[in-house]
Design a protein. Structure first.
Length: 411
């Protein structure tokens, strides 16, 4: 294991195998963890498979907008100069990088699973999943400008989800091999792992033997036994098809009883049906099997709120904020729980913390306006009115952004 390049922002780590005629260059996905004292994306899998790998690791979730990326990629290119095959590889944020840096890395091919074209609000106003990060990041035109890729990358994605518009933008600028797997969720890596297709995909793309038509056919045939597919299909059912959605969610849990995604979807269906006791139990199980992952903690907390168990929900909010202290939407969510508990001053403090972390979010202002109206109607001292003026002053100096999904769900 050798560091080919290191700066405060990025590390390029080489993990060669016996065969150095082919290399996979990986990029981190969102949430892989801060710093560099950790494995690179796919490191264990590639090492065990006897594949030489170079792992490009970012300091945080910055979509690799670092001025030294050209130098980092030059180090990759030097290390693989004698190789027969070089493939860039990543999922979600890492897939964005696999496309953007394929040429700079000297790649013959690229495998991008559920990539973004960009998350810069100026370029993709439809993208609302990483709003706080999108406003925080300084987008570099030499990295996030017009997409150029000399090879023809293989892109796997769910056309029924939020990734579809990104793929259309990508396809308008470069020639790709699209592999659309409907209802495979974001990222499609989960579906590929569950159905046993990921390993063959990686090796076939790396070798140049990938057959997109045959792969799509096989992926379609395996979906009936996929909890990922059934869970996503359940999520997309309209309210009038509640029974169908519930049946799909139950089937997903039968296939994978310890899948936190399937448990969470079924839990939401139970909650919508008014069975809050069962909903909480399912979300609690999802939290346990996910080893208390942040998204499961939030869903569990929302189920507790719906069940009227606010003190328990607040404890989970504190736990998830400890995991992700820089996420403003979690502070806003905690504020809403505190408000429902009648803890006005702590609720104000929590929303102030959210504003300080992300002053671009107009949803906070809208929610506070509603709070102010309630405060005045109930004869309160107008505390939220004072905070509202503070938010308006902050908002005047920043750009507006789209909705925060967790804030909507908590409301």
């Amino acid at each position: 294991m050798i560091d080919l390049f290191r700066s405060n922002n990025v590390v390029v780590r080489s993990v060669p195998a016996e065969d150095v005629s082919r290399w996979v260059v990986t990029f981190d996905h969102y949430g892989i963890g801060p710093g560099f004292d950790r494995p690179g994306f796919g490191e264990d899998f590639l090492r065990q498979s006897g594949v030489s790998a170079i792992h490009v690791m970012g300091r945080r979730e910055d979509w690799y907008q670092y001025p030294e990326m050209a130098e980092a990629m030059a180090a990759v290119r030097r290390a693989t100069a004698q190789a027969d095959r070089v493939m860039t590889y990543g999922t979600s944020m890492g897939a964005y990088a696999a496309l953007r840096f394929a040429d700079a890395a000297g790649a013959n091919t690229a495998l991008a699973i559920s990539p973004q074209y960009s998350i810069d609000p100026a370029k993709v106003p439809f993208e609302t999943r990483w709003l706080q990060d999108s406003h925080r990041i300084q987008w570099l035109p030499e990295i996030d400008g017009l997409l150029v890729c000399g090879c023809r990358p293989v892109i796997v994605f769910d056309p029924a989800g939020e990734d579809g518009p990104h793929i259309r933008r990508i396809e308008a600028e470069i020639n790709i091999v699209p592999v659309d797997i409907r209802y495979s969720k974001h990222p499609s890596t989960t579906y590929l792992l569950e159905t046993g297709l990921l390993k063959s995909l990686v090796f076939d793309v790396l070798s140049g033997a990938f057959d997109a038509g045959a792969f799509k056919k096989e992926a379609g045939e395996r979906r009936r036994h996929s909890s990922t597919y059934l869970s996503r299909l359940a999520e997309l059912q309209p309210p009038r098809r509640h029974k169908t959605g519930m049946a799909l969610a139950r089937r997903a849990c039968e296939i994978a009883p310890n899948d936190p995604i399937a448990l969470g979807v079924l839990g939401r269906y139970c909650g919508d049906a008014g069975d809050h006791e069962q909903a909480v139990a399912l979300h609690e199980r999802a939290t346990e099997v996910s080893q208390r992952a942040a998204n499961c903690l939030v869903s569990h907390g929302n189920a507790l709120v719906a069940a009227g168990r606010l003190e328990e929900a607040l404890a989970l909010a504190d736990e998830v904020i400890e995991q992700l202290p820089e996420q403003a939407h979690l502070r806003a969510w905690r504020s809403l729980i505190l408000w429902q508990l009648g803890s006005v001053d702590p609720a104000i403090n929590a929303i102030e913390e959210a504003i300080a972390l992300d002053p671009h979010q107009p949803r906070y202002l809208h929610t506070l306006e509603r709070y102010r109206e309630r405060d005045e109607r109930t004869g309160g001292d107008g505390a939220f009115g004072r905070l509202l003026r503070f938010v308006r002053r902050s908002a005047r100096t920043t750009r507006a952004s789209g909705p925060a999904r967790l804030l909507r769900s908590a409301r």
